[in-house]
Design a protein around this ligand. Sequence first.
Ligand code: UT7
Length: 323
Amino acid sequence: MTIRAVVTGAGHYLPERVVPNSEFEKSLDTSDEWIRARSGIERRHFAAEGELTSDLATKAARNALAQAGIDANQIDALVLATSTADLTFPSAATMVQANLGMTRGFAFDVQAVCAGFAYALSNANALILSGQAKRVLVIGAETFSRIMDWTDRSTCVLFGDGAGALVLEAQEGQGTPEDRGILSTDLHSDGRHRDILYVDGGVSTQTTGYLRMQGREVFRHAIEKLAATANAAMEKAGVTTDDVDWIVPHQANIRIIQGTAKKMGLPMAKVVVTVQDHGNTSAASIPLALSVASERGQIAPGDLIVTEAIGGGLAWGAVVLRW
Ligand code: UT7
């Protein structure tokens, strides 16, 4: 008998305000055509004034809990992936814990930028496999609109706000790839590349700072590292591309998504794509895509899913799970 961390609920929340590419044409030397062609993005959601990352996370979490049919007080641990927490401390996770009326268990943030959800899932899986928690609420939530330099056309047109959440529960499996739940995780980071994607502010500098990115450099690393980590995770899980029903990639750029699928030898028909509607929501992009795809009926119970992501650090990783 093997313990598996099985997804029993998924939910998401997107802020009301939808901003089409054309909006940027008013203030920047850019075009809808350039943004679509180079990134695949058509629109994104931006949080309202005063709307916090923990607000988005709380709404996504409520939807996931409702789908799982459980109360927040049945959760043992809450893991929130974000790089845009409300305050320096306490963690956004404890804000969400309070918002949900969850008075037991423990909550903490994970910060691995766009790879944050892979890191959070891996942490949640470890908590369940080690017996420290039976039910874990895993959330990815971001308000990247707060760290955009609105005069920098090479970054501000690419990102959006949103949140997604999964409920993971300990269930018995057979120890085979046929089990439902997380089958493997594969994480990496390499701080030598910290200068190609970072925020030029923080507590020590007493500024919030803005996101800075050498897009072409990040792009170059992305396809190679994403395909490698996805393949490594599949090998650990004992599955091959023939077994894969869906790739649910980090949604940064359609060209990265297509390039990675091609390198893995998988057709785009097996890839969940939401980048056109959400832009890059960093740690929120994978749980958002999972929840949206599940709602659309694209991914169904029993499907084998590979998720992969890369972002600032560089940090990257992949998770193989059976839905
Ligand atoms: O989630 C975290 C990880 N992040 C990513 O995965 C992002 C990775 N990078 C990318 O997605 C792409 O590199 C970008 C979408 C950021 C840029 O696409 P690109 O094909 O790599 O373009 P580029 O940076 O090579 O720029 C091409 C040209 C440049 O002009 P010159 O130097 O060729 O004259 C840019 O100045 O496009 C220009 N450009 C723009 N033009 C119109 C840059 N941004 C814009 C813009 N509108 N918004």
